[in-house]
Ligand binder design. Structure first.
Ligand code: ADP
Ligand code: MG
Length: 947
């Protein structure tokens, strides 16, 4: 109480105390300053520079090998030899040597400085008798640099007493490498340059859990953290993370800390070698704490609150009170004695009360440093939490600080204030042991690991990356197969069947009436009624279940069931009394013999009803109607889903003359000139051709595009091998039947939803086997077929799209990066995969590679189609619309974009618009029926028998 009674001391203590609200404000300002440093527009003027370090990964424990580190320190050069064993970095072996820097070198020529460093390296290596194999070197250079690569960094300006000529503005990595070469140490390779802060972060990562923030509070102060690369606008990289060196010592140089500063701080600043600069550092760094206390004591003595009766002139001398002494004085047990000792050493004669007050002042100064440091750290944590869109951030923070290691008060305040200011984050502070040296070795090792991994990943994925030439060749091959498929004689040998559909016109808007539609072979079986009127199309539909027993039973039972469903639907819709024309969407490969005559070539999608293959499905339906005594059935058209898609989009856009499906499978149809359709009699007009392009390549023409992964997928599909066809007599003509026991097509396996997930799964397994993913840990669950679903590709590829253009163009993409990343990790966790952030990024790269290839191959196929149509019509330019359906196309965040881009590239003379179909199967079937009822009977005769 006696202490408290002195108002001058009270006032001083109050001035040195930053209340919580003020700390909150400081945190807010730090956040703002950080954002300013990250933004491309404001980076140059920012006080908190937020320098990119090009360090994009933290250690994962697999790093191994010998590494060399050179650290340039204030008064010495330290060289280290670090051996990592790949054991999770439990026990790195370290040898080091310290070389004192001659004083004249720090202010001499730049060349002399680097020659000296290189000589240290040579001596060190000679001393340990190092082998001559290639030695990667990490260079710790604790000055502000403008870094453009991990091994390229221009010195911005010297500090810390250095002022060598001819170095500012130069690449210091280059300078060191040249000096090393001059020493004929050609096997030593400078691979990374880093700041001391980064080193701290890296060593604290060594335990296994990544450490993503580092705090240095020494003579100066600085920090770094793993930022989302996308937010570091100074670098092009937008995926993954990058360590950013905040250079936060200069925080406040624009005056933002003026309400925190005391008159003592102003005096410290004025007497320093850089007045007005490094304001934050001067509040926190240990170089200044003694000085702040000295000025506080001087002021209090002048106010007669201290040392009454002593001469205090000694306190006017700079640096008479060392920070070390301040730290001893704050100690609970020894502090008072230390205060007395320190003051008496200055020639003062302190009373007991003086010692007490001095101790209070010292504590206030150290506490304030810890609290301000906490405000800065809280800003970093909140920034990370926000930019990763987490509700809660759990993170390790490496701390390199004598203050933190040695002083409970500093440690406790730092910890508790950080918790108060960033309550949404749980930060574990880890003291670093020789952060700089070993950390530098880690950075170097991680760099090497990443470079080696990158080479291996690229080698593995290279076959999946198609060149433009590859795609042009696919386009040419598709064109050739199309011609073969259309030719009367060559049809038998074509892998693209080019099946006639007897649909000879697209809607023209004059269609009217009420129609029934059936949709069999999509995801659900449905019955619909479709009313086509002047003001648009209205539909009502009902989904019916087809029990597995019926799918795999007899054909009679299947078609009886279908008729029962139709009758049920007509009853419910009150349509029993009407005879409505019916369009039948039947999404299985059929040889069509007329608009209402379609011979089933093979069942797919789990159907295997007996007695149907080789039969006309309309006939089977009519027979069932008769059995069920349903007399009001008028089947006018059988429609493939591709055709339905084209027709339904054609209703809205008369230019729509192509249909495309990219769902479970893939297929396309388009309007071909009758004179080119060798398999159907008649030369007039056009007919829609169902390409059945999924089978493209079944004759082996795509084999060089097939990768080992595709072959694995192929082998694992039931009935692997080529799709073959056999001729079978049907009715009056002859149809081509897919031979039983053979799998669907090659092209489809590279493109469609049924396979993309499987391709990715096989690649992931290969990456794990090569220790490039999930630290090479075995992934038993990933061994299961189809466990990696194609819809995962969509989710995973959304990660990193953040706020980019894609969000604007793809309305399906919602949410943000943080959310997407969590979804990715949730997916991988479900597969019992322990994914680091880098793992997630690599998995995404695999997905992107596979989906990009699919989209590009699809584009090559379409390019063949549109170019053929353009040539058919003798046009210099063709404008055409593609109606598209299929969940892969609709849901994948980039598929359509890549498809369209590649198509523009491959078919520059065609302007192709894409229109997503809505319920192509239902609406499309009705429209085929409507178009058929609109005009005359469709042109064309039954097909001729192929030779
Ligand atoms: P179908 O082709 O049987 O008519 P769809 O067009 O709905 O059916 O396609 C279903 C297929 O789309 C699924 O088998 C799956 O492979 C794929 N798929 C489903 N969801 C997604 C998604 N979100 N992103 C990409 N592909 C998906
Ligand atoms: Mg479908």
């Amino acid at each position: 109480p006696a202490l408290m009674s002195c108002p001058q001391v009270q006032r001083a203590l109050l001035a040195l105390t930053v209340p919580l609200e003020m700390l909150q404000a400081v945190k807010g300002r730090m956040l703002q300053a950080m954002r300013k440093g990250l933004s491309r527009q404001t980076h140059a003027q920012a006080n908190v520079r937020m320098l990119p370090t090009y360090i994009c990964s933290t250690p994962d424990g697999t790093e191994k090998g010998d590494l060399l580190v050179v650290e340039l320190c204030q008064s010495h050069v330290r060289t280290l030899w670090v051996t990592l064993l790949g054991d999770g970095n439990q026990s790195p072996q370290v040898m080091y040597k310290i070389f004192d820097t001659p004083g004249d070198i720090m202010k001499g020529k730049g060349e002399a400085l680097f020659d000296f460093i290189a000589q240290c390296v040579r001596q060190f290596l000679a001393g340990i008798g190092s082998p001559q194999h290639r030695l990667p070197l990490g260079f710790v250079f604790p000055f502000s640099c403008r870094q453009t690569r991990l091994d390229k960094a221009e010195l911005i300006s010297w500090s810390k007493g250095f002022s060598c000529s001819d170095v500012e503005g130069k690449d210091v990595v280059q300078l060191l490498q040249s000096a090393i070469n001059k020493q004929e140490l050609y096997h030593v390779d400078v691979v990374a340059l880093m700041n001391d802060t980064v080193g701290t972060m890296m060593t604290c990562s060594m335990g296994g859990e990544p450490c993503e923030v580092a705090l240095v509070v020494d003579t100066g102060t600085n920090s770094c953290f793993m930022a989302e690369a996308q937010q570091v606008e100074m670098v092009e990289e937008t995926s993954g993370r990058m360590c950013v060196n905040t250079e936060w010592g200069c925080f406040g140089d624009d005056g933002t800390l003026s309400d925190v500063l005391t008159p003592y701080d102003q005096r410290v600043d004025q007497e320093s070698s850089s007045p007005g600069e490094k304001r934050f550092e001067k509040l926190v760094g240990s170089l200044y704490l003694g000085e702040i206390v000295r000025h506080a004591l001087t002021a209090l003595a002048a106010e007669k609150a201290l040392f009454i009766g002593s001469s205090v002139a000694v306190l006017r001398t700079k640096d008479v009170l060392k920070t070390q002494q301040v730290l001893e004085i704050i100690d609970n047990e020894e502090g008072m004695a230390k205060a007395r000792g320190a003051l008496e050493a200055l020639g003062l004669r302190p009373s007991e009360r003086d010692c007490c007050r001095v101790q209070q002042i010292c504590r206030a100064v150290v506490s304030r440093a810890a609290a301000l440091c906490a405000a800065g750290l809280a800003a970093i944590l909140s920034h990370m939490c926000q930019s990763r869109e987490l509700e809660r951030l759990v993170v390790n923070v490496g701390v390199d600080s004598e203050l933190y290691r040695g002083h409970t008060r500093f440690r406790e305040i730092l910890q508790s204030v950080t918790g108060l200011l960033a309550p949404e984050c749980t930060a574990t502070l880890l003291p670093s042991v020789d952060g700089t040296g070993q950390g530098a070795a880690m950075v170097t090792a991680v760099t090497l690991r990443l470079a080696a991994q990158r080479r291996e990943v690229d080698r593995l994925l290279a076959p999946l990356r198609l060149s433009r030439t590859d795609l042009e060749r696919v386009q040419v091959l598709m064109r050739r197969e199309m011609e073969l498929g259309l030719g009367r004689e060559s049809n038998a040998n074509a892998s693209v069947r080019m099946l006639p559909t007897y649909v000879c016109g697209t809607p023209d808007g004059t269609e009217r009436g009420e129609f029934l539609a059936l949709d069999l072979g999509g995801t659900n079986f449905r019955v619909l009624v479709v009313r086509v009127a002047q003001d648009g199309i209205r539909m009502a539909s009902e989904i019916y279940v087809i029990p597995t027993a019926i799918m795999q039973g007899t054909g009679e039972a299947l078609f009886d069931h279908i008729i029962e469903c139709i009758m049920d639907f007509q009853l419910k819709q009150d349509l029993m009394e009407q005879v409505l024309p019916l369009g039948f969407t039947f999404s299985f490969p059929c040889q069509q013999l007329g608009l209402d005559k379609a011979v089933l070539l093979s069942w797919t999608k789990g159907f295997s009803a007996s007695g149907c293959v080789g039969q006309d499905v309309v006939h089977l339906l009519r027979e069932a109607a008769q059995r069920k005594q349903h007399l009001g059935l008028k089947v006018v058209a059988v429609v493939n889903d591709t055709v339905g898609t084209m027709m339904s989009c054609g209703y809205d856009d008369p230019k729509c003359e192509i249909g495309l499906i990219v769902g479970t499978g893939t297929n396309a149809c388009y309007m071909e000139e009758m004179q080119n359709v060798g398999t159907v009699e008649g030369e007039q007009g056009r007919m829609c051709i169902n390409m059945e392009w999924g089978a493209f390549g079944d004759n082996g023409c795509l084999d060089d595009i097939f990768t080992d992964f595709d072959r694995l997928v192929d082998e694992k599909t039931i009935n692997a091998g080529k799709q073959r066809w056999a001729r079978a007599p049907v009715g009056g003509g002859c149809a081509w039947l897919r031979l039983p026991g053979l799998c669907p097509g090659r092209f489809e396996k590279l493109i469609s939803g049924m396979y993309l997930g499987e391709i990715v799964r096989h690649i992931l397994l290969a990456l794990v086997k090569k220790q490039l993913l999930f630290r090479g840990k075995p992934c038993p669950k990933l061994q299961n077929k189809d466990i990696f679903q194609t819809k995962f590709l969509s989710t995973i590829e959304m990660m990193g799209m953040g706020m980019g253009m894609a969000v604007l163009t793809v309305p399906l993409v919602r949410g943000s990066d943080g959310l997407a990343l969590r979804q990715v990790q949730a997916i991988l966790q479900d597969l019992e995969l322990q994914a680091s952030f880098e793992d997630s990024v690599l998995v995404r790269e695999v997905c992107q590679t596979v989906s990009l290839r699919a989209a590009q191959l699809c584009a090559a196929g379409l390019a063949a189609v549109v170019e053929k149509m353009r040539e058919n019509r003798g046009l210099a330019r063709l404008a055409v619309t593609v109606g598209v359906d299929g969940t892969l196309y609709k849901m994948h965040p980039r598929f359509s974009q890549h498809l369209q881009q590649m198509l523009r590239d491959l078919a520059p003379n065609c302007t192709v618009t894409f229109l997503q179909s809505e319920d192509g199967s239902g609406k499309g079937a009705a429209l085929v029926a409507a178009v058929a009822c609109r005009g005359a009977e469709p042109r064309g005769q039954p097909p001729l028998s192929p030779q």
